[in-house]
Write a protein that binds this ligand. Sequence first.
Ligand SMILES: Cc1cc2nc3c(=O)[nH]c(=O)nc-3n(C[C@H](O)[C@H](O)[C@H](O)COP(=O)(O)OP(=O)(O)OC[C@H]3O[C@@H](n4cnc5c(N)ncnc54)[C@H](O)[C@@H]3O)c2cc1C
Length: 317
Amino acid sequence: MSDTIEKIKCLIIGSGPAGYTAAIYAARADMNPILYTGLEPGGQLTTTTEVDNFPGYPEGIDGPTMMMQLQAQAERFGTQVRIGMATAVEFSTVEGGWHKVTIDNNKVVLAHTIIISTGATAKYLGLPSEQRLRGGGVSACAVCDGFFYRGQDVAIVGAGDTAAEEATYLANICKNVTMLVRKDVMRASKAMQHRVQNTPNLTVLYNTEVDEVLGDQVVEGLRVVNNVSGEKQEIALTGLFVAIGHKPNTDIFKGQLEMDETGYLITQPKTTKTNLPGVFAAGDVQDKDYRQAITAAGSGCMAALDAERYLGELGSH
Ligand SMILES: Cc1cc2nc3c(=O)[nH]c(=O)nc-3n(C[C@H](O)[C@H](O)[C@H](O)COP(=O)(O)OP(=O)(O)OC[C@H]3O[C@@H](n4cnc5c(N)ncnc54)[C@H](O)[C@@H]3O)c2cc1C
């Protein structure tokens, strides 16, 4: 193997709360981590204005500032943060083997341990008015942003278990919730459908799609269309929650790492270990249930500790 190829003890792919927390721990354990940011430095939280639920910020903090602080904390202990995207991987299947990662299609690095924290991307409807009002009343995270709409009227789009669960979550804090379901049935489990039906301030509109999100700076309402009759109606409300799924950013790992049917990486219970030695996964990329900054950060910590133990057992640390 050529000596000119850079060899890294701990490579972290992704710069969200999971990646930076892993970096803080790995750097403090003298693992000299190198972190590649990907196309969204700072991750999903850079798309939100207010983070109110991350412990340690009694007044709340805006997402981009919080992520700059996490980066600074990781760099303080020596993490090298590099702009770049992992575009291909060739993982070793043997204990102690070097994992090969290509950055931006041209640079190859070898890593003894890899922490994958590439997150997941929320799906949106794709309407221009929806994109314009993201952060102004349109959100893809009810648990994160529902609180800002307490006592107000909101809508949620989606028909699966997550949408049903988020709809009932919103119904607990909002005045009225309208759930928009594209088909004439919900995909959610029967149990979740019963919960929805038994929630008095939650109304389901079937065969209904968003035609336009109304409002200039902030959401003021929705124009919806019945996709059977073609009839349109306007609903006055202040928040629109899109719950039509997430896409985990795992395409480059296909065929090498175990994933579930939607592409989430599978980790061994109570660890961040993937099916390959020395490859760990943290944050939303391996968690479709909680999807919060604090849980991502927690698993980032676990991944760094798992990687350190792995190196220790090999005698390379
Ligand atoms: C609108 C919105 C508001 C939210 N508000 C809150 C909130 O108030 N509180 C809360 O706790 N949670 C909130 N969340 C959820 C929270 O943002 C996520 O749970 C958290 O960011 C997940 O962290 P992560 O580190 O796993 O991944 P992400 O934040 O998704 O970061 C993934 C990182 O991986 C990088 N990446 C991807 N592919 C590659 C690649 N091939 N090579 C290199 N890098 C790559 C990306 O550039 C990015 O830096 C919100 C989410 C959204 C969408």
